[in-house]
Design a protein around this ligand. Structure first.
Ligand SMILES: *Cc1c(COP(=O)(O)O)cnc(C)c1O
Length: 452
């Protein structure tokens, strides 16, 4: 093992320096991939040839930790979180029982307890981690389905259930509706207002009509914040409707839920305490390694009702309380908690808030730059870290693609209300204002010299 750790150190060092000198990895066309890099499997090549190949592959892989990666809703690297993650790999526990996970179970519960308390929930709340926000959203949907009718667990779905989510919400909701036996066609896409927030009047109208038709509303999925514009649905008004019609409210806060740590921005999820379930990704705004996705239920009994299972070969010691396999989707489950704990433990709750504030400060800086410059058009609003814009009349899709192919910047595009635009995400809080300035300079120089 010592040899592997030495090699790790060596490859990690070259990656970290390459991130400085070449922040965008060399572009390899797919048809050249197997020629350029030694990916083939077969005969044994031995340790040295393997590690040589590995080093080359690592350096050719998209560098999400660099200051030129703005492509997705994650980016950058937190050293304390990486330390925790590396140790969870080395320890290799499975998080189903106290017997197999030991103190790591306590760490996971401590994270969940603190998040529940930030949401405003009491000790009735419970939670768990799953591999990604799509899956934690699925868990929320399954709890909603089962609380509507407990027989569904045994007999399958026999009614026409309805799910409501906004047009701007994440694609996992219709996908999960198919998995849950509810059906994609049973997901009603609620209109958004001009800022991309769920139109609550439209929600109410659609629910009333559906009830009149004899359909069974089971879930409203609210989003904090939406993937493209970063809009926060109005949770309090949505909760009013859910309470009136007795519908489960799930908050998909995979992207923007981390505002709960910031005194300045937590108002964006005002009303979250009225939800029945809440999901958040620490691997987005808090910058832990992928994945760190948490689902909480205001009343933890629902997690037990939907996910509990018996297995005499597994649950041999301790109470259900310390055997979280009883409330999880998976059987074997990796330890995604330790990386979040190392970060949280070292910087404290206030430090997590500062991470969030820095991202909004970078976003404000980017918006100021755009507003002050006539060559730009801005499409997004304040209080979001996704800055949507176009530069001159350049085609945003072509510009983003060329910036990637020419190894300049990793940035993506999005659409809303018929407009397509570049979306800069200031989620990497290791960046400084100067890195944002550099982003615009690079983009302008590149566009003006390489684009038609
Ligand atoms: C990223 C995201 C998800 C999906 O999370 P993954 O961890 O990528 O599966 C779901 N909802 C929203 C709003 C997101 O931004």
């Amino acid at each position: 093992m010592k040899k592997s750790l030495d090699t790790f150190r060596q490859i990690a060092d070259s990656l970290l320096s390459a991130e400085q000198t070449q922040p965008v990895a060399p572009y390899i066309p797919v048809k050249e991939l197997y020629e350029k890099l030694d990916l083939q499997l077969g005969e044994a090549v031995g340790y040295d040839a393997m590690t040589d190949a590995l080093q080359e592959i690592v350096l050719a892989t998209p560098k999400t930790g660099s200051n030129a990666f703005f492509n997705q809703l994650f980016g950058g690297r937190n050293d304390k979180a990486v330390l925790g993650e590396l140790l969870s790999v080395l320890l290799n526990n499975s998080m189903y029982t106290y017997k197999a996970g030991g103190p790591m179970i306590g760490i996971e519960k401590e994270i969940i307890r603190n998040i529940a308390s930030l949401i405003g929930w009491d000790e009735m709340a419970e939670g768990t981690l799953a591999p990604g926000g799509s899956m934690t959203n699925l868990m929320g949907m399954l709890m909603a389905r089962d609380q509507h009718n407990k027989d569904i667990r045994y007999k399958g779905v026999q009614e026409q259930l309805m799910v409501y989510t906004s047009e701007a919400s994440h694609y996992s909701t219709p996908k999960n509706a198919a998995f849950a036996g509810i059906g994609r066609d049973q997901v009603s896409m609620i209109r958004t207002n001009s800022k991309g927030e769920m139109d609550v009047d439209h929600l109410q109208k659609v629910i009333v009509e559906d009830i009149e038709k004899g359909l069974q509303p089971v879930l409203v999925n609210a989003t904090s914040a939406t993937t493209v514009l970063g809009a926060y649905d109005p949770l309090d008004s949505i909760a009013d409707i859910c309470e009136q019609y007795n519908i489960w409210l799930h908050v998909d806060a995979a992207y923007g839920g981390s505002v709960m740590f910031s005194d300045k921005y937590k108002h964006l999820i005002q009303g979250a305490h009225r939800a029945n379930s809440f999901s958040i990704n620490a691997h987005k705004m808090l910058g832990t390694p992928l994945s760190c996705s948490i689902i909480l239920a205001r009343n933890g009994q629902h997690l037990h009702d939907t996910f509990s299972n018996d297995a005499s070969y597994l649950y041999q010691t301790h109470d259900d309380d310390m055997n979280p396999g009883k409330i999880s989707m998976q059987c074997g489950r990796r330890n995604d908690a330790l990386k979040f704990w190392t970060l949280w433990k070292s910087v404290g709750t206030k430090g997590l808030g500062k991470i969030v504030d820095q991202q909004f400060a970078l976003a404000d800086h980017a918006r100021d730059y755009i507003r002050a410059n006539d060559d730009y058009q801005l499409y997004s609003f304040d209080d979001t870290i996704g800055i949507c814009f176009n530069y001159k009349n350049y085609d945003p899709i072509e510009l983003c693609n060329q910036l990637y192919l020419q190894e300049q910047l990793m940035v993506g595009y999005g659409s809303f209300n018929g407009d397509t635009f570049i979306r800069l995400v200031t989620v990497n809080y290791n960046n400084e204002m100067a890195d944002i300035d550099k982003f615009f300079q690079k983009l302008e120089t590149f566009a003006d010299t390489h684009m038609k």
